[in-house]
Ligand binder design. Structure first.
Ligand code: ADP
Ligand code: ZN
Length: 629
């Protein structure tokens, strides 16, 4: 019985025919009255795991969430799907807040989102003590742990709140963070009762990963943005200044762009964020201050203008792409300067000043270690996804087919002699220079600097003449990644020989290096291969109709003052453009079209599709003419 209802509700309210990995197990457990703990990556679909049971419980479901913007977004989505829901947080005026509580008392809402700070206030408690609360769902549950990256003291109130309720509700916890200490903390601190724990893999198959080392980062950004002209993307920069610069350049060249960083007024930040969410601006240029709780599902690319400080940050930020499960690109633009900037931040970090110096040093040591792992991600020629998953303790093995390294044809070359020359050159110059100078010496460059330093007389000058600078840089990065040489010094980093390098000079060890065959590239199987799970890809949709449907969506969204992806996601529109439903029944077959959505928007989209069909002969004729020219 419940089983049937579950699927019916999934279709009716959310428009989906099947559950994703982990969802059903969690929902079943909750409905059987068990506590649960769901650990799923961003975009995996955690919300449905508590929203759907919320519909089946007699009483009220409380969702505790730290993020005001996320609450608002989810409540808008629920309301749009025909589910009564509300949020209670500091964005409401006193008046609005009491009004909402009154409605809640009268059981107007099935699902109520509440900020943790509210839980123990008199007004909220007096409501909660009388209300039939069946289920409490804790979103971003890692915030209870001091070991996580986003500890929030107010989360500690949750346990007391639950303990004070007259009847203990079912408790669910959800997070995308999964280190072992944090997991244990969540279960202990929230006092979950023998929870059903579900962990789904961290792999996000629809995301394509790539690292580039361009000469001109801005031009590189421009070419990526051009490729995604009609799509939404985020560009992360390491500093506010850079955010301003990149935004300004893009704006000057006519791109639809906005910015976000902590140096802006609250009002501007809010406005810019909304411009991006509501599709009034296509491109968001931001520091890492942007994104916490941004639920925009149709971000098609995330560019990192600079390498972030660690893999955790990178995966979190890059993971804001493609939350709808459709193909999306995550491209990191690396330069050696990024390493130095991050080192500077670590050395000058004032966040933990209350700690004693031993602890402080220990934290810095760990930060440097993490930075090193991040740097090696930029250097590796192996599968980027594998590198990442391994870092997070998950092993997939081998070839993902959807990262640049998997799609590049490599040749393995013997760089033993070149490596020896590089090391000897570093030695002969007394470890006083950085990568550029050493590279120029080996390459035999005729620069002003080399002449001034008298390095044309170096024994190894020009010994690597036949290799391109690009290749030499790769070799030097490899030597760093494999720890033959180390880069040290804060302001002017210099290269030094590590123990392993010294040992290598006196041995007959060989070093092999995988290098891209510079022009060749395997045909991108990426998109088809990775979108398998969702059986859809952009190439399969009908571009013209898709554009028309998007336009219509934009119009409807503006009218209803909600973000476009809440009306329908890109994926839903794509499917519509291929299936071309002719009536309500066919329309309801499209994934993402639920009953309530159809009532609201269905006819408009049917009409648009019909109009397009009627136009179709003309379109075909046009193509024919073109071909015959
Ligand atoms: P999370 O909270 O885990 O980051 P969300 O709950 O926001 O992820 O879900 C991400 C996207 O996946 C949303 O667009 C949601 O509608 C979609 N989604 C969730 N469950 C399903 C499902 N069973 N089938 C198809 N799409 C789904
Ligand atoms: Zn790969």
């Amino acid at each position: 019985m419940i089983n049937q209802q579950k699927f019916q509700l999934l279709k009716q309210y959310f428009g989906y025919n099947s559950f994703r990995e982990g969802q059903e197990e969690l929902i079943d457990a909750i409905l059987q009255g068990r506590d649960v703990f769901g650990i799923m990556p961003t975009g995996a679909g955690k919300s449905i795991c508590y929203q759907l049971p919320g519909l089946l419980f007699q009483g009220i479901t409380l969702v505790i969430s730290p993020l005001i913007s996320l609450m608002k977004d989810q409540v808008t989505q629920l309301n749009d799907a025909g589910i009564y829901a509300a949020f209670l947080n500091s964005s409401l005026s006193q008046n609005q807040y009491f009004k909402a509580l009154e409605y809640a008392r009268n059981l107007k809402y099935k699902i109520i989102y509440v900020a943790p700070e509210r839980l123990l206030t008199d007004s909220f408690l007096s409501f909660a003590m009388e209300a039939p609360i069946d289920f409490v769902s804790v979103d971003e549950a890692h915030c209870v742990s001091q070991w996580g990256q986003d500890f929030r003291p107010s989360y500690l109130k949750i346990t007391e709140f639950i303990a004070r309720l007259p009847k203990r509700p079912v408790v669910g916890a959800f997070t995308a963070t999964a280190t072992d200490v944090v997991k244990k903390d969540v279960v202990d601190i929230l006092q979950l009762h023998n929870p059903v724990q579900v962990t789904t893999g961290f792999d996000r198959k629809n995301l394509y990963f790539e690292v580039r080392t361009p000469k001109d980062k801005y031009r590189e950004v421009q070419s990526i943005v051009e490729k995604h002209a009609k799509e939404n993307g985020i560009i992360y920069c390491i500093s506010r200044k850079l955010v301003d610069e990149v935004t300004e350049k893009l704006a000057r060249e006519g791109y639809s762009v906005t910015r976000y960083h902590a140096g802006l007024s609250d009002a501007e930040r809010k406005r810019n964020q909304e411009d991006f969410i509501y599709d009034r601006c296509r491109i968001m240029v931001a520091t890492n201050a942007f994104g916490m709780g941004i639920d925009k599902s149709d971000v098609r690319y995330v560019i990192h203008y600079n390498m972030p400080k660690n893999m955790e940050s990178y995966y979190q930020e890059a993971g804001r792409a493609g939350r709808d499960g459709e193909p999306a690109e995550c491209i990191l633009l690396y330069s050696g300067q990024d390493v130095r900037t991050n080192e500077f931040f670590i050395n000058n970090d004032r966040d933990n000043e209350e700690l004693d110096s031993a602890n402080l040093e220990e934290i810095k040591r760990k930060d440097r270690e993490r930075l090193k792992k991040m740097t090696f991600y930029c250097f590796t020629n192996d599968c980027l996804r594998e590198y990442m998953l391994k870092y997070f303790g998950e092993y997939k093995g081998g070839y993902c087919g959807n990262c640049n390294n998997c799609l590049t044809k490599f040749e393995e070359i013997d760089i033993t002699e070149l490596a020896k020359n590089i090391l000897l050159c570093i030695q002969e110059t007394n470890e006083r220079f950085g990568m550029t100078v050493i590279m120029d010496v080996i390459h035999g460059s005729e620069t002003e600097r080399i002449r001034k330093l008298g390095l044309r007389n170096n024994t190894y000058y020009g010994t690597g003449q036949k290799h391109s600078i690009v290749k030499l840089r790769k070799v030097m990065q490899e030597l760093q990644a494999k720890e033959y040489i180390v880069s040290s010094g804060d302001e002017y980093p210099v290269l030094e020989l590590a123990d392993k390098g010294i040992h290598f000079l006196g041995s007959d060890e060989k070093i092999l290096l995988k290098l891209p065959q510079e022009t060749e590239r395997l045909a991108s199987k990426s998109i088809k291969k990775t979108a398998q799970s969702e059986q859809l890809n952009y190439a399969a949709g009908d571009g013209d109709l898709f554009d028309k449907l998007r336009e219509l969506r934009g119009k409807l969204a503006r009218k209803a003052k909600i973000p476009a992806y809440i009306v329908f996601t890109d994926k839903t529109l794509l499917q519509m453009s291929t299936m071309r439903p002719k009536n309500k029944a066919e329309m309801l077959q499209v994934a993402g079209v639920a009953e309530a959505k159809f009532e609201r928007y269905g006819e408009a989209f049917l009409a648009e599709i019909q109009a397009f069909q009627a136009d179709r002969p003309k379109a075909v004729a046009k193509i024919k003419i073109k071909q015959s020219l």
